[in-house]
Design a protein around this ligand. Sequence first.
Ligand code: C2E
Ligand code: MG
Ligand code: MG
Length: 742
Amino acid sequence: MRRSTVAFYGAAGVVVLTVTATMLLAPFSLSARVILPCVAIPLVDVTALVFAIRAARRPGLDAATRRAWLIMSLAFAALLTGTVLFIVYRDKSALFPSPGDLVRLGLFLPLMLAGVLSMPRRASGRLDRWKVILDVGAVLVGGAMVMWYFVVGPAVAGASGMEAADAAAALSYPIGDLLLLFGVTLVLVRGVDAAARLPMLLVGAGWIFEIISNAYLGWLASHPGTLAATAWQYCCWTTADVMLAAAAFEASRSEGAARLESVSRASVSRLPYLGVLVGLALLVVATLREGEIYPWTGLVLGALVLVGIVVLRQVATLRENHELAITDGLTGLANRSRLHDALGRALVRGQRSGQSTAVLLVDLNGFKQVNDGLGHAAGDRMLVEFAGMLRRAVLGSDVVGRLGGDEFAVVLHDIGTAANAQSVVRRLRQEMELPILIGDVVVQVRAAIGVALTGPGEHGADALLRLADESMYRAKRAERDGADPDVEELAAALGDAVAAGQMRVHYQPIATLPDGRIVGVEALVRWEHPERGTVAPLSFIPLAEETGAIRQIGAWVLEQAIAQVAAWRTAGHMLHLAVNVSPRQLEPGLADRVFAVLDTYGLPYRDLIVEVTESVRVEDPVAVAELRRLHERGIRIALDDFGTGYSTLRYLTALPVDILKIDRSFVAKLDGTPEGKVVAETVLRLSQMMHLETVAEGVESPGQAAELAGLGCVNAQGFHFARPMAAGAVSDLLAEQSAANV
Ligand code: C2E
Ligand code: MG
Ligand code: MG
């Protein structure tokens, strides 16, 4: 503790105790008992004023708090003036309002209220506002009951026998007291910065003593003759002013911003219960004093018990709410915030006991596939099952939590060595060996597990979690690399494949139905890998999309194919060209590059078809804009593999589509039966209604070709007509076809 703190509170304690002691010690006369407070209180007020001014000038506090303290400095100056006036006119101040009363009620109270209310408060929502109103209301009602019982009530009841001035005094002080009580409660309940909380609590506590002394004075006024020999009000005033001074003292040395973030605002204020308690206590006192057993004693007792029950019930609900707020609804594990708390506590405990703490971070592999493939209910099931595995793998006292999504964490307290943490990981892996059943699908749970361990006082919670996170990602990477060690090598080779001249373009003829005449070709890329031979696009296009190499590959294919088709056209074969374009290629500038290549080789815009799949995101404005630009110049857009992706119908309206390519999985179903042709027929009808062209993909048999022709499909491609082949082979085919036609 700092020396200034000891000095201040030591001195404050001495003042309060001395004044109290003088009250208690009978040897002094009444006037002697008053002399000491008359010296002590002004001194305390001066102290309060000095500290308030210091708070108002403290650079560490924010501007709003400093302004509030400036106003309160003025209030304390008024308080000091009022005190001095009271002392000077002490003997003549029996009549209300004395100069002291005027300064106190007219200056000190409004200034103090203004100062308190201008303390910066937290922003609050609508629900918060209601809570504040209710809490402040409870405190005010409690205060009002005190005032009514001791001051206002007796004044009203005995109005006839009371001096008008006494009645006015009896009313104005309670009103003033309640107003300031309102201000302080409002500020406290709404929540102030950490730096302002203690000072405001002290102002509130001081004000309670002020209220007690005023109640006591009111009591004296309405009961002339009783207790006339005591002067307890001086005791209360001294204590009240000491507390105001303490508030200013605390504010003058608090560091606003630094402590700001460390507060978590209590969700429930205890203040209203204070109001309830005071009100009930008064009720009991009044009932007992009346001495009337029937009916009041029983009724008041009943009311007391009822309120008690309601309060307990509320406490139970609050507990329950709190429990809900810190548990993960799906798995019943701790949620992120409880886990953080548990980790913080484990670290503190570890520091005390000299033990290590470890964190396991677990990320499920393949959760997305289960979720997407089997539905969300299945995904949830998997999470719940995995939560059970985690629980079984650790001790009951370890906290297991779900951080969100498919990420879990365990806090292992007092774990000892890293080997112990590893044995927990082994236990978890054992648990995971048993596959789980989701619906009628057997799923093997796989997960990447990260571990981080800290000795006592080595790392904080955040640092430890970060280490665990890094460890988990390392595990993930190791697992992925382990599953396919040459993916990385392949990805690297892909980057140089175009420059190394390893890419080829094959062409698959597109024919009209039913005559099978070749009217176009689709360009399909192949990779002639020096060691692996020909690599199919499905094995490297996804990788190229991931690494970005697809831009280079795509641009190369486009130019090759356009040049080739232009050459065929020069040779008299009027073909159109379809080229596949990946979503990653749909970037600003693509359309311009396509136009430039078409212009270079003189291929008409109408004869280029850009094929995109439903992996193009319709929400991506850049991709959609690029497609529009292509479309505006006459280039046609085809939706490839139509019907196999998501939100198919939305694509038709969001993208400028001209052609639907019926996926080969639907064509494969064509077997002459009505059931077999349902999808193909539906797609054909849909495109007719939307005035789109259709191309059937993957036609492998004459039967399928005939059936498609029967359904009104005009274009088709597939092994039945021709496989994808090198340009030379297509030239031969075209030559044959021309020869046949001649
Ligand atoms: P796609 O655009 O749907 O191409 C049609 C695929 O079906 C080709 O596979 C073709 O060989 C195959 N195919 C054609 N007729 C038949 C048939 O009758 N039966 C069967 N079973 N299959 C048939 P390929 O060449 O392996 O290409 C696979 C996918 O790779 C293409 O699907 C396309 O999405 C993508 N792709 C190919 N070349 C490129 C390219 O240059 N750029 C981009 N972005 N993607 C490409
Ligand atoms: Mg295609
Ligand atoms: Mg396709």
